[in-house]
Design a binder for this molecule. Structure first.
Ligand code: AMP
Ligand code: TRP
Length: 325
């Protein structure tokens, strides 16, 4: 049976990129296999974050998991920090990833570049060790993520080979599963950059007012060619909008291209805004209902109980393999 695991960091506000690249794809897994979805709150500490913001983002993220269609009866939703096995496995596995390979991670290079050299936390550098621990604790073979996280799943695979070569078949080999359409949603204002929770003009936030969303889409950067076609290199803005449209309508990019053959950019953007507002309007209503229901904490607590059982089992297996037990 499939074991599925994924997580999202409760940093900043969730974006349409998070929704299309990750969140939207999670619910279908809960019917296929045993599915674990968590709030990567320990990972959120790898860059400075206000405690109140972290707390409220974590609750928000849990409500968005539920609003996206994750059903706590069919899957396990929890906070990473509520399951101490994540930190314990991290302490063991940090000896099996090496500084050279960690320093080559794109995410580390991008994020550390923006920091003063004397203020780059060890947690940011060791980020993939904790992420490997997350994945391996649940013996996950399927890890649904957006394009930017595949490198971290690859390094987890290297770790599994290294560890199992030495200690025998202890860890389960995971595989990243990336959505066909929408694995990398770009900024609306700078479509050569990933949409990434940090640029209010180029990001669409899941909690944005629908009017604001429409306005952002209508003023998205395109080009002067007035031809709707998918060509990420030469037409990044239009291609990004096509990608958003196709992902939310669950159609292929060529199908979306065909629909807008001969359309001008105004009509095209209007249609993209319609579908985004439709999907996010619906999501926002459900999100509000879950926040109002007061159920979120209970779901997280029950999820943590279930997660602890599975995670502690794996932790014991690893502790035994390396000689701690
Ligand atoms: P993060 O917000 O970095 O914790 O990312 C959570 C999930 O959303 C990961 O699976 C990411 O790969 C995915 N994701 C984040 N930004 C984007 C984006 N712009 N396009 C597609 N997927 C994304
Ligand atoms: N690193 C992921 C991100 O930034 C979040 C994450 C943490 C994750 N642990 C994970 C994703 C384990 C998948 C599996 O998006």
């Amino acid at each position: 049976m499939e074991r599925v695991l994924s997580g999202i960091k409760p940093t900043g506000q969730l974006t349409l990129g998070n929704y299309i690249g990750a969140l939207k794809n999670f619910p279908k897994f809960q019917d296929q296999g045993e599915t674990f979805l968590f709030i990567a709150d320990l990972h959120a500490l790898t860059l400075p974050i206000d405690p109140e913001v972290l707390r409220s983002n974590s609750r928000d993220l849990a409500a968005f998991y539920l609003a996206a269609g994750l059903d706590p009866k069919k899957c396990t939703i929890f906070r990473q920090s509520a399951v101490s096995a994540h930190a314990e496995l991290n302490a063991i596995l940090q000896n099996f990833l090496y500084m050279g390979e960690l320093s080559r991670m794109t995410q580390f290079k991008e994020k550390s570049q923006k920091l003063n050299e004397n203020a780059i936390g060890l947690g940011l550098f060791a980020y993939p060790v904790l992420m490997a621990s997350d994945i391996l604790l649940y013996d996950a073979n399927v890890v649904p993520v957006g394009d930017d996280q595949t490198q971290h799943v690859e390094i987890t695979r290297d770790l599994v080979n290294r560890f199992n070569n030495r200690f025998g078949p202890v860890l389960t080999m995971p595989k990243a599963v990336v959505t066909k359409v929408g694995a990398r949603i770009m900024s609306l204002s700078e479509p050569t950059k990933k949409m990434s929770k940090s640029d209010p003009k180029g990001d669409i936030y899941l909690k944005d007012d629908l009017k604001v969303i429409r306005k952002k889409i209508m003023s998205a950067v395109t080009d002067s060619e007035a031809r709707v076609a998918y060509d990420p290199e030469n037409k990044p803005g239009v291609s990004n909008l096509l990608q958003i449209y196709a992902a939310l309508k669950d159609i292929s990019i060529p199908e979306a291209e065909k629909l807008f053959e001969g359309s001008n950019y105004g009509t095209f953007k209007g249609a993209v805004a319609d579908v985004v507002c439709d999907v996010l309007g619906n999501l926002q209503q459900k999100y509000q209902a879950f926040i109002a229901s007061g159920e979120v904490e209970r779901v997280l607590e029950e999820g943590a109980k279930k997660a602890r059982e599975v995670a502690n089992n794996t932790l014991h297996r690893v502790q035994h393999a390396v000689g701690l037990l």
